[in-house]
Write a protein that binds this ligand. Structure first.
Ligand SMILES: [Fe+2]
Ligand SMILES: [Fe+2]
Length: 242
C-alpha cells in the first residue's frame, strides 16, 4: 500500500530550528521511524505531523517547551512503542475489544523501554512513556499521575498528539475534525485532560504551523521519505533504509 502524506508535509531547511542533536540520535531516530513506517505507515505519517506541530509550538515559546532536541526527538518517537502492537489492531476501524485495548495501551511503556535501551535522553523517554497521561491525573495512562509533575515537553506533545489525531485523515472509525472543531475540543479539555498552558500554546502556534515552509512533499511505504527538518539524511533513501 502506498501511503502518501498530504500537502503540508515538506522539508524545512535544517538551520531553521538550530537543533543540535546528540551524536548518533539522528540515525537511531531515523531507523526507528523507518521501522514504524514499514509496520504502520499511517503511524509514521502521524509522527511527522505531531513533530511539525510541536516544533511550531517550540518556536512560539522555546524557553518554556525546553531543549529543541527533546521536542523534536520526543515528538517523532512518541508512538514508537506501536512497533510492538499488531498492525491489525493499529489499523482496526472497529472499536477495540478489551484485550486489544490492553495491548494498545502498552505502547507508551514499550516505547519508553525501547528508547531507554537505545540511549535516548530522559525527556525523550518521558515523552514516549507519559504522552497519554492527563493534566488532572485519573483517566490517563499508564500511571494516572497528574501531568503537572512532568516536563513541559511531555504536556506539549500530549496536546499536539491529540489535536493531530483529531484532525488527520486515515482514521477508519471516524472522519477528521476541522482545525476549528479540534481547537474547541482542546479548549474544552484544558485544565482536565490537557495542561492549560500547553493548550493555549497550541492555539497560538497554529498559524506558524500552517505557514511552515516545507518542500517537497514526503511519501511513505516503498517511496522516498523526506525528513521534515532536512537534517541531511533520508532525502532520497527508500523507506526501508530511512
Ligand atoms: Fe500514543
Ligand atoms: Fe500519537
Amino acid at each position: 500500500m502506498l501511503f502518501r502524506l498530504p500537502p503540508p508535509f515538506r522539508v524545512l531547511p535544517p538551520a531553521s530550528f538550530g537543533i543540535d542533536l546528540p551524536p548518533g540520535s539522528e540515525e537511531r531516530a531515523a531507523s526507528l521511524l523507518g521501522r514504524l513506517a514499514n509496520h504502520f505507515p499511517q503511524g509514521a505519517a502521524h509522527a511527522l505531523r505531531v513533530a511539525q506541530l510541536v516544533m511550531a509550538m517550540w518556536e512560539t515559546d522555546p524557553e518554556w517547551v525546553g531543549p529543541a532536541d527533546a521536542a523534536l526527538l520526543g515528538s517523532l518517537l512518541h508512538d514508537v512503542g506501536k512497533l510492538y502492537v499488531p498492525r491489525s489492531i493499529l489499523e482496526s476501524d472497529q472499536p477495540l475489544d478489551g484485550a486489544e485495548r490492553v495491548l494498545m495501551m502498552e505502547h507508551p511503556a514499550l516505547g519508553a523501554e525501547l528508547l531507554a535501551a537505545q540511549g535516548f535522553g530522559e525527556d525523550v523517554i518521558a515523552v514516549a512513556r507519559d504522552h497519554h497521561e492527563r493534566w488532572s491525573g485519573p483517566g490517563g495512562y499508564p500511571s494516572g499521575r497528574p501531568a503537572a509533575s512532568m516536563p513541559p515537553v511531555v504536556r506539549v506533545v500530549a496536546v499536539a498528539d491529540s489535536f493531530v489525531a483529531m484532525t488527520e485523515p486515515g482514521r477508519g472509525y471516524r472522519p477528521p475534525l476541522s482545525h476549528a472543531a479540534a481547537l474547541r475540543e482542546v479548549a474544552a479539555c484544558a485544565g482536565t485532560h490537557f495542561d492549560p498552558r500547553a493548550a493555549d500554546l497550541l492555539a497560538r502556534s497554529l498559524v506558524a504551523w500552517r505557514e511552515m515552509a516545507f518542500e517537497p512533499t514526503a511519501e511513505l511505504a516503498g517511496e522516498p521519505v523526506f525528513w521534515p527538518y532536512g537534517r541531511g539524511f533520508a532525502a532520497t533513501a527508500p523507506v526501508s533504509g530511512f
